[in-house]
Design a protein. Structure first.
Length: 201
């Protein structure tokens, strides 16, 4: 018999393989046409194997969305670890959401597909709220140390909307906006906002 740890590793590897295949299928076919059969074909696994790991397609979609969220979280931790001031922390939050690794046409397109399903899926809507709240909280925490709270709240809302818009633009066209250009847009807006905001105290 295989050791428990080995079985767990194999199960985790199979699940990761299925989630990557789910993202690939959504990118290729769209969320409505990304069937279990198509996901299985990409993963090289049978539908029976898929149902063994995930009870339903909706459950698998939610797990795939969590995988994308974990990528954003990992980028955020990395960027914040290099920030040594409130301004650098604010820039780090923006960079994490517009990094070369995350701000790809594939990721933005798939995330937009998930967004479109939040009205019909309570779990996807819950995950989107968690991701949005995390983004808002981290950015507000940094900006509140740079400007009065009221101004920080408004600037945070504007920057979150700006980044969301950049993700939508990236999803709609692969080459029209690069990660570097997106980061420059966000940094430029942040700099302008800081110049017009009153100082603390």
């Amino acid at each position: 018999m295989k050791p428990v740890a080995q079985k767990r590793r194999q199960r985790d590897q199979s699940q990761r393989q299925l989630l990557e295949a789910t993202i690939a299928a959504i990118y290729k076919h769209g969320v409505h046409d990304a069937t279990v059969v198509k996901i299985g074909e990409i993963a090289g696994l049978s539908t029976g194997n898929i149902h063994y790991h995930f009870g339903s397609k909706e459950e698998m979609f939610a797990a795939a969305m969590r995988l994308l969220m974990s990528g954003i979280s990992d980028e955020l931790v990395l960027e914040l670890s290099k920030a040594d001031s409130p301004l650098e922390r604010a820039r780090a939050v923006l960079r994490a959401n517009l990094s070369d690794e995350l701000f790809t046409h594939r990721n933005c397109f798939v995330w937009l597909q998930f967004w479109s399903e939040t009205a019909r899926s309570e779990e996807l809507a819950r995950l989107e709220r968690i991701n949005s709240q995390r983004f808002h909280r981290n950015l507000l925490d940094a900006l509140s140390r740079l400007m009065p709270r009221e101004h920080a709240e408004r600037a945070t809302q504007e920057l979150v909307a700006l980044v969301d818009g950049l993700w939508i633009r990236r999803a709609q066209s692969e080459g029209r906006i690069t990660p570097e250009a997106a980061r420059q847009i966000a940094d430029h807006y942040l700099d302008r906002r800081l110049k017009t905001a009153p100082s603390i105290g």
